[in-house]
Design a protein. Structure first.
Length: 163
């Protein structure tokens, strides 16, 4: 059995990576997205938290949450979300556990925000961050956090230049 410790900080902000069982590419399927959205809404009713950033990729997701002051229990939240989705779907769709990182300061927060939103480009799922629909990037653009063209775009106009 692994011997690891989680860092719990009252009112903390955390970065998470959660992976599908056997890395199955299911998280961008409409049924799974709907179940996940419902599960999060259900859990937030009794255990509120802010979603600062979120991205769904086919086989994993990244999220940044901020918990309310006096609360450090992100583990129960993830347990309830994963359990509810699996029950509604009829089978477990998750790898056991999840990866967590406590955000230390504003610079750390910004680096993780950028990481979350740039992840679809990093994995070759789109050419520009704005092209990926399963992300809070679009909300962040509306809030003025990012410009629409943040993260660039692969320029394909000169693809055959010199040939």
């Amino acid at each position: 059995m692994s011997n690891f410790r989680r860092n719990y900080q009252s009112g903390g902000t955390y970065f998470f990576t959660v992976v599908s069982k056997s890395r199955a590419p299911i998280f961008t399927e409409p049924d799974i997205r709907a179940l996940l959205k419902s599960a999060i809404a259900r859990v937030r009713q009794n255990r509120p938290f802010e979603i600062d950033a979120w991205v769904l990729l086919p086989d994993h997701l990244h999220a940044i949450w901020t918990l309310p002051e006096g609360d450090d229990d992100y583990s129960t939240r993830w347990h309830e979300i994963k359990r509810w989705v699996s029950r509604q779907y009829g089978q477990s769709i998750w790898q056991p556990r999840f990866w967590e990182h406590t955000i230390r300061d504003d610079g750390d927060f910004q680096r993780h925000m950028d990481y979350v939103h740039y992840n679809p480009v990093k994995h070759g799922l789109c050419d520009a961050v704005a092209d990926w629909p399963y992300s809070t990037f679009h909300r962040c653009v509306k809030q003025g956090i990012y410009p629409t063209d943040w993260g660039g775009c692969v320029d394909k106009s000169n693809e055959n230049f010199g040939e």
